[in-house]
Design a binder for this molecule. Structure first.
Ligand code: OSB
Ligand code: MG
Length: 369
């Protein structure tokens, strides 16, 4: 396979509702899509999950453009690539910038699956025909409103409810939710808002039988999380701290985490995501697929990955209508009774909706062999 053309698109979409985490609130979503075309005219799509500003990790939309344009494209354009696993090897001498790498690698996985007439799920070794999904709910300062929001999603059938927490908005909130929803699988995501000084508060969360608590401590920590896990009954799940299979191995060996949230962008692509999945499966560490408020292109990659057998906990891949009035894929991602049926069309399984895509595109950059 030879990649002959690459297009980077910068898009601006607005979410239906603002989303608040312990870092702050946002509603505008600026992001990149990348399209590759091979020598036979097949196309593949990838999405950068980097945000406009570096609040989740150090990458941004602009650093991704710089990396992709100046370093990554020259390594793949007009080069013979037999299998997408080779892409991470081509990128191996460039440090970090995982979301940028994943954008390019994801598009190459898609085009590879299409030219070999298979689904991306199949190309990855996926086995599930439908996947279970949960939903991630942002901070609502009014807890009664949060209860009503949660009720709506429980009634829609989402398989697990995750809520964002932050200091001062934690034990009280989880207590209220447990009172209203005694049986629903519930979890809390702190996005790194606590330190070990808060250990007494975090221990109080044990009372609510949470499926897990996600990334309570610093975004690059695996040491303090091990100290915390020893004192908590609730399993810790790492999100921000995991950038690679090596991080996964170390965190598991230290006892910092009992569950891994795999995000394709954070770990540098599908090849690394699959390695983490396989490593965790051998050690009976459950994994699930996190979300980054993606458009349908990124969600499609998440869905394909989630068909691997150790994705035994519901992910954050809610349907297109969760955030968007109109998504950039067709058909849109639909959740029924908490399940997404994995598409059977080749590659990512959804077609780009070019009309919507053009409407949201603010800039295009073309690269030819
Ligand atoms: O921590 O999982 C997270 C959104 C943006 C950045 C980080 C996170 C999230 C979410 C939302 O929780 C997941 C989604 O619906 O895409
Ligand atoms: Mg998280």
């Amino acid at each position: 396979m030879i990649i002959k053309e690459i297009t980077i698109r910068k898009l601006k979409m607005t979410m239906k509702h603002p989303f608040t985490t312990s870092f702050g609130t946002f509603q505008d979503k600026d992001f990149l899509l990348l399209e590759v075309k091979d020598e036979l005219g097949n196309t593949g799509w990838g999405e950068s999950v980097a945000f406009h500003s570096p609040w989740y990790n150090e990458e941004t939309l602009e650093t991704n453009i710089h990396m992709i344009r100046d370093f990554l494209i020259p390594l793949v354009l007009d080069k013979e690539i037999t299998h997408p696993d080779e892409v991470s090897e081509l990128f191996a001498n460039l440090r970090k910038n995982n979301m940028a790498k994943s954008t390019v690698e994801g598009a190459i996985w898609d085009v590879y699956a299409k030219r070999n007439k298979m689904t991306l799920a199949h190309a990855l070794g996926g086995v599930l025909a439908k996947i279970e999904v949960g939903i991630s709910i942002g901070i609502h300062e009014d807890v009664n409103k949060l209860v009503e929001t949660v009720r709506g999603f429980v009634e829609e059938g989402y398989k697990r409810i995750k809520v964002k927490i932050k200091p001062g908005y934690d034990v009280n909130v989880m207590r209220e939710l447990r009172k209203h929803f005694p049986e629903v699988p519930l979890m809390a995501d702190a996005n790194s808002a606590y330190t070990l000084a808060d250990i007494e508060i975090l221990k109080e969360l044990d009372e609510f039988n949470l499926t897990m608590i996600e990334q309570p401590l610093a975004s690059d920590d695996i040491i303090d999380h091990a100290t915390l896990q020893k004192q908590l009954k609730t399993p810790i799940c790492l999100d921000e701290s995991i950038h690679s299979l090596e991080d996964t191995r170390k965190a598991i060996e230290l006892g910092s985490t009992k569950i891994i949230n795999i995000k394709i962008g954070r770990v540098g692509g599908l090849t690394e995501a699959k390695k983490i999945h396989d490593y965790c499966m051998e050690r009976q560490i459950p994994v699930w697929c996190g979300g980054m408020l993606e458009s349908g292109i990124g969600r499609a990659h998440n869905i394909a990955l989630t068909t691997l057998p150790n994705f035994i906990l519901p992910g954050d891949t809610a349907g297109s209508s969760r955030y968007w009035e109109e998504d950039v894929i067709s058909p849109e991602v639909v959740v029924e009774e908490g399940y997404i049926t994995v598409p059977t069309a080749f590659g990512i399984g959804y077609e780009p909706n070019m009309k919507a895509m053009n409407k949201f595109t603010v800039e295009e950059m073309h690269f030819n062999a």
